[in-house]
Design a protein around this ligand. Structure first.
Ligand SMILES: [Zn+2]
Length: 194
């Protein structure tokens, strides 16, 4: 009789949430920072230490083997939008934007414009839609930006919002499927027929 691994995670989503919450975001930040520096063309082989960082490291090592844009979408939504700032300048509000989150959103905004079959409007608009998708509330609404930039009627702007959101949703869905398969292959998913 075949002995099946017990597994650790119930789903790919749970594995990502765990890995991103591991040790106060620092791990997720540096892992995602490395992936972003590598860019979409780099090697897919993960070099994240398997023993030292434990399970979070294994999750990120596996994650690096799926499509680059799927990783970007799966992890970006889990990163904190802000980090503490102790610069003590008079203009400082005590926090600053997380550069890893900003970089991921920025790369995604360019990627969508490059590959989407419909020509999508200005960058500031795309960035705002993506940030909102990932839960950022403290920004100008994409519809207002569309108005300022003369993109067209409110209805047109809303149609663009939907196109961008659907694009990200599809990457997310396909990414979770691909990642679940990888985790299952190495026995990290709890077996469904156990
Ligand atoms: Zn500061």
């Amino acid at each position: 009789m075949e002995i099946k691994h017990e597994g650790i995670f119930k789903s790919a989503q749970e594995a990502i949430v765990f890995a991103c919450n591991y040790s106060s975001q620092q791990y997720a930040m540096s892992a995602m920072g490395k992936i972003l520096q590598r860019g979409a063309q780099g090697s897919g082989r993960g070099l994240v230490g398997l023993d030292g960082a434990g399970q979070a490291g294994m999750v990120f090592a596996e994650l690096q083997r799926i499509d680059y844009w799927q990783i970007a979408v799966l992890v970006t939504g889990r990163l904190s939008r802000r980090e503490r700032c102790d610069c003590r300048r008079s203009c400082c509000r005590g926090w600053r934007a997380n550069p890893v989150f900003e970089e991921a959103v920025s790369q995604l905004a360019d990627h969508i414009a490059r590959v989407h079959p419909v020509v999508l409007p200005v960058r500031a608009f795309r960035v705002a839609v993506i940030k909102k998708y990932f839960g950022e509330k403290d920004i100008e609404s994409p519809i207002d930006i569309a108005k300022d930039e003369g993109i067209g009627s409110k209805r047109t702007a809303e149609r663009y919002v939907k196109l961008i959101r659907d694009f990200i949703k599809d990457l997310e869905k396909d990414g979770l499927t691909a990642f679940a398969e990888r985790l299952d292959n190495i026995g990290m998913l709890v077996s469904r027929n156990a």
